[in-house]
Write a protein that binds this ligand. Sequence first.
Ligand code: FAD
Ligand code: NAP
Length: 572
Amino acid sequence: MEDRPRVYGWPTSKNGYTIQEVPSGTKRFRKAIVIGAGASGLSFAKFQQERMIDFECVIYEKNDEVSGTWTENRYPGCACDIPSVTYQYPWELKIWSRFYAYAPEILEYFKHVADKHGLRKFIKLQHEVIHAQWDNQSGKWCVKVRNLTDGTEFDDTADVLVNASGIFNYWQWPNIKGRKDFKGIVVHSANYPTDLDLAGKRVAVVGTGASGLQLTAALQPVVSHLYTWIRSGTWITSSFGSTFAGPDGGNFQYSKEQKEKFIHKPDVYLKYIKDVEKSLSDPLAVLKNTPITHYAQEFSLSLMKDKLRDHPDLLEALTPTTFPVGCKRRTPGNGYLEAITQSNVTTYCKASLDELTEEGFIDPNGNKVEIDAIVFATGFNTTWVPRFPIIANGKNLQDIYAENALSYMGVAAPYMPNYFTFYGPYSPIGQSSVLPMMDVFSRWILQMIEKMQIEDIKSLTPKKTVIEDYGEHTKLLIKRFVWDAPCRSWMKAGSIETPPSSYAGTRTQVMELLAQPRFEDFDIEYKNQNRWQWLGNGFSIHDVDGSDNTWFWGTLKESIVAKASSEQKNGF
Ligand SMILES: Cc1cc2nc3c(=O)[nH]c(=O)nc-3n(C[C@H](O)[C@H](O)[C@H](O)COP(=O)(O)OP(=O)(O)OC[C@H]3O[C@@H](n4cnc5c(N)ncnc54)[C@H](O)[C@@H]3O)c2cc1C
Ligand SMILES: NC(=O)c1ccc[n+]([C@@H]2O[C@H](COP(=O)([O-])OP(=O)(O)OC[C@H]3O[C@@H](n4cnc5c(N)ncnc54)[C@H](OP(=O)(O)O)[C@@H]3O)[C@@H](O)[C@H]2O)c1
């Protein structure tokens, strides 16, 4: 076909404009660099492998294994806080050992996914991305990568940069006086050494978030003495998943019979998954002052009252008075309430850890307490400010987000061409299990890239006004949601006053919103000055690839074709 202009003497250029000798629908080569091989990166790897052609995907992962959160969080008791049957990819169902699986089983699951689907070939482990800069002339991201095995650095370039680096990946030490003076063992929940044995030791656990609750429950039975602080209240509840949970909303192991049934009757398993999901995702459960949020609070309070009936001081300190269930992420807190009532536990109520010494800490009464180890379960930097410079059009996303972390629906960022994200600011971070949502992000990003491939687009950048309107809508609507109540949570970057940076709506809504990209929300720059060059030589790819290009008459079924040809043979 390329030869036809010469054969037929057709002109191919005029005033500098040239016809591309390809049919429309041709996919031009594009490359994406992905940061992170956690659950998000693996979802992307799987979908791009199945769907894309003329496409290269390189995933840089700083750790020595895939799975992100579940590789890094190795502390005793680390588990899923939502039912495991909903914390799996819809395309890779597993029969879980427990209702809330522990971290090692979840880690194995993601490793299995990477192996079974052949995703490791896209992933470069122990490679950390340390800088990214958009070059407008070439229309490419130049990404600086550090090889963590030998310390060397190199540049890689790609048309698209996908940030799947996780919202709970930037763990940080709390700002506590004397923290560096303490001479004993100091660990953070997200960087817990696998060989650390605290049996028989005097241990302080700081934090009553999901990590702190799990650590307290797991360490109490083995340490000689445990010290904890309840700085502010938190609702301990599985509430919405409780219909399917064990007694008191607790964990349980699936029986051999249940597992056999799930294996041999996939429909039964699927119905169970869907029922559990439904029980977690009641849209009214995330709004303030609905009957269901009141019910959740009553459920949680009665459970807490029951388990702490002989400990009114703990109950008072732990019961939130200013915010409903869900403002801080719900956690079943399995075993926590039981643990803090044991005789080897000292809990400082309505108090924070403010000062460490060489031997231990200063308690709220000013006494010096000696300990052997301190475990900080004090959370992550959730400010959205990237950990390395991401620069385009003279702007650094670090500066933009330090001032105002507002993205395009959590999947793209202001001023950043061809930059797509999993779970950016104002994405559905509070709406149930994240895994099914990750697939939605993957498909959305791949549709964006396919448009670039077909229409020979150089860059897609979300329009500033679209992002501003999204912010105005979201920040007003979010006031109706439980996350906006006066609690301190990671969703508000640890401050009570900051508005929660979640999508304001249900997961159903955001899934529908992101099913198809809204290209009208983007500034589009084409590779060629003439935006229509991609129409090529006037043919569609379906004219030349053997497709049915008379489809508008309807589609022939094979049997009809066979019947017609046999009738022809028989002389009709
Ligand atoms: C202890 C814990 C328990 C949780 N439990 C639940 C739960 O029960 N249910 C739920 O829905 N969510 C839970 N979460 C949230 C959890 O983070 C998500 O469910 C999910 O695992 C996030 O996957 P991700 O791939 O987006 O991010 P991550 O798992 O954080 O993966 C990001 C990856 O990017 C890599 N990376 C980061 N920066 C760079 C860089 N510069 N260069 C190269 N690589 C980089 C990291 O090493 C990491 O592997 C939990 C979080 C924690 C911390
Ligand atoms: N699957 C799970 O069960 C699971 C487990 C772990 C984590 N996660 C996820 O990861 C998110 C982060 O959880 P996280 O528990 O690691 O962090 P987090 O929710 O941010 O909790 C940090 C805790 O540290 C406390 N804290 C900080 N400084 C303190 C001080 N000086 N003295 C006393 N207390 C102090 C905070 O108190 P305040 O409440 O007063 O701020 C808070 O209770 C969770 O919300 C969840 O989404 C899930």
